[in-house]
Design a protein around this ligand. Structure first.
Ligand SMILES: NC(=O)c1ccc[n+]([C@@H]2O[C@H](COP(=O)([O-])OP(=O)(O)OC[C@H]3O[C@@H](n4cnc5c(N)ncnc54)[C@H](O)[C@@H]3O)[C@@H](O)[C@H]2O)c1
Ligand SMILES: [Zn+2]
Length: 360
């Protein structure tokens, strides 16, 4: 991608564009040109890219540790106190540089500051580049509950540079692919086959990574432009997340988000197959890919009952049922209201017995 490839997202809060930069210095120079910029940067990114950050000159930079502990109202308050100390006003522009954690915290700070100022986002993780950077969502944790409070506040711009991928850990790259696989299956059988083929041929950092980031964003854009506020269609983007969140919860967030989503996609597919919605061959094809590429590890010390308990606690589980997002085929993923009962527990138990599950 180059900066000439404009990608526009229509939003009720104002359309916004995503620009891609081939070089980091061009990206930092663009930030330096933003009037009233105040940067909230992932602490690790600010350190790794210290030389490039020098181009920001005297723009204030708040360094945020990318931890779930910081993704709280207290973390947002720390950002806003630094904005206060830096003399930020109504015309300031919060520029978040980092992954999903920086995005969630900085978006909420921008949303609350004088009832809402501009937010520009620079995604530096693959997950943020291929998925979270568009869609306007932000959420922080409250007490023991992840992502319980938040807002929709769309960015005014997204500035992207794929070079940030070079310093990501393999787990963080794999985590980004978790959401990308989710989006590919939501899109179509052809998209999933293309992703599978390219990863098998060139690995997760292969030459067609840019193409897959773009394709993922196109799929997500198609959905959020129809249902920005998740009243209906957008719920399909939670595919893999009911079980993924449960895995994050029982492992105390030891599994990176996107890896948990990849696992959650596999569990959802298994249940869809057992219910007769998803063909066995479809389940087997995706499972083979996930098990090989994501290195699903041997069974862990948690069972179906613990996962169900976490699901019941999850905000998406109303009373005795849960809206599962299940595939009827690649390109046909639907919301299915499902009772949280012995039958569901038996399905999860049967899945866990297949042996290929995450353990940390
Ligand atoms: N708002 C949304 O729409 C949305 C969507 C999905 C996930 N999320 C949230 O995002 C969070 C996960 O975000 P994430 O996976 O992007 O990662 P992250 O923000 O948690 O960062 C992961 C790790 O990568 C490091 N890092 C970031 N960029 C780097 C780079 N270029 N080089 C080296 N290290 C780098 C960070 O310091 C951190 O250690 C979760 O809290 C999840 O709930 C939000
Ligand atoms: Zn997610």
């Amino acid at each position: 991608m180059t900066s000439t490839d404009a990608f526009i997202v229509a939003s009720a809060q104002g359309d916004y564009r995503l620009d891609s930069f081939d070089r980091l210095d061009a990206l930092l120079a663009e930030i330096a040109r933003i009037d009233g910029a105040i940067v909230v940067a992932d602490e690790r990114v600010a350190e790794l890219y210290r030389d490039a950050f020098a181009a920001l000159g005297d723009i204030p930079v708040y360094r945020l540790p990318a931890t779930e502990r910081e993704k709280t109202l207290a973390g947002v308050e720390r950002v806003m106190l630094s904005m206060q100390a830096a003399g930020a006003g109504k015309r300031s522009v919060v520029v978040g540089i980092g992954g999903g954690i920086v995005q969630d915290v900085a978006t909420l700070a921008a949303h609350l500051w004088f009832r809402g100022i501009e937010f520009v986002f620079v995604p530096t993780t693959l997950l943020a580049m291929a998925d979270s950077c568009i869609g306007a969502k932000s959420a922080v944790n409250l007490g023991a509950f992840k992502n319980q409070i938040g807002t929709f506040h769309s960015p005014s711009r997204v500035l992207m540079c794929h070079r940030f991928v070079a310093t990501l850990s393999d787990d963080d790259v794999r985590s980004g692919y978790g959401e990308m696989v989710k989006l590919a299956i939501i899109d179509s059988a052809a998209r999933f086959a293309e992703l599978e083929r390219d990863v098998e041929a060139g690995g997760f950092r292969g030459p067609r990574l840019d193409r897959h980031i773009r394709a993922s964003l196109e799929t997500k854009r198609r959905i959020i432009e129809v249902d920005e506020y998740e009243r209906d269609l957008r719920r399909v983007l939670n595919y893999g997340h009911t079980f993924g969140h449960a895995l994050e919860s029982v492992t105390d967030n030891a599994v990176p988000h996107g890896l948990a989503v990849a696992w959650g996609v596999d569990v959802a597919n298994f249940i869809a197959m057992r219910n007769g919605y998803f063909a066995e061959a479809g389940y087997a094809q995706v499972h083979r890919f996930l098990a090989a590429a994501f290195a699903l590890r041997p069974a862990a010390a948690y069972g179906a009952a613990g996962l169900l308990k976490a699901i019941r606690r999850d905000k998406k589980a109303a009373s005795g049922s849960v809206n599962l997002i299940l595939p009827y085929g690649c390109g046909d993923v639907r919301v299915v209201s499902t009772a949280i009962d012995a039958k569901l527990e038996a399905h999860i138990d049967a899945y866990l017995r297949t042996g290929d599950i995450f353990a940390r």
